[in-house]
Design a protein around this ligand. Structure first.
Ligand code: HEM
Length: 166
């Protein structure tokens, strides 16, 4: 039925009774993730700066792992190297959102994120703290229904990321 509504020009907002066997996300969850993420994707550098500024405010020790660790907080948002990194992080999120309907691609993308961060001394705890910061930031502009889908998605995504960190 959803496909018919789509053909008629109505958005297919998904079902709530069809959890994916791997991620347990319903098509409604996945619809909410993709639609609410559009605002984040539109301005990747600004979104990434907002996220990492909040992350470093909550967890200043995380900043010490980065090449821009000595840039004062008051100058960080204008630093081009920092902006470039923030932009890459949002592109990383975009790859996750774009693969949300295809667990065969999604799981390896997430596992790779975990693996590539181990040599950078990123711990599981730092990842979980980033997850909480994403929830804090997104809650400031997304609807409760969208946040429910994000909390569910971030739980499974970060479990896969940290599970791949040996
Ligand atoms: C799901 C969340 C994350 C995403 C999507 C992400 C994405 C990225 C990307 C795209 C890069 C640069 C490309 C590369 O070399 O692979 C990178 C590098 C890096 N990330 Fe993450 N990251 C995440 C979480 C974290 C966390 C929690 C930390 C902890 C502080 C962290 C610390 C670093 C560091 C230190 C680098 C190297 C930076 C450099 O040398 O320039 N990342 N990350």
């Amino acid at each position: 039925m959803g496909a018919i509504w789509s053909l008629l020009g109505y958005p297919d907002t998904g079902r709530t009774d069809d959890p994916d066997p791997v991620t347990e996300l319903t098509s409604r969850d996945r619809y909410l993730i993709k639609s609410s993420y559009q605002a984040v994707r539109k301005t990747p550098t600004d979104s990434g700066v907002a996220l990492l500024n909040l992350y470093f405010k909550n967890h200043p020790e995380a900043k010490q792992l980065f090449p821009f660790k000595d840039v004062p907080d008051s100058e960080l948002s204008q630093n081009k190297r920092y902006q470039a990194h923030c932009n890459s992080v949002i592109y990383g999120f975009s790859a996750v959102v774009d693969a949300i309907d295809d667990p065969d691609i999604l799981v390896p993308i997430l596992a790779k994120l975990g693996e590539t961060h181990v040599p950078r001394k990123v711990t599981k705890e730092l990842f979980m703290q980033l997850r909480d910061t994403i929830i804090e930031l997104f809650s400031s502009f997304m609807k409760p229904e969208e946040m429910d889908a994000w909390k569910k998605t971030l739980k499974v995504a970060f479990d896969v990321i940290t599970g791949a960190m040996k």
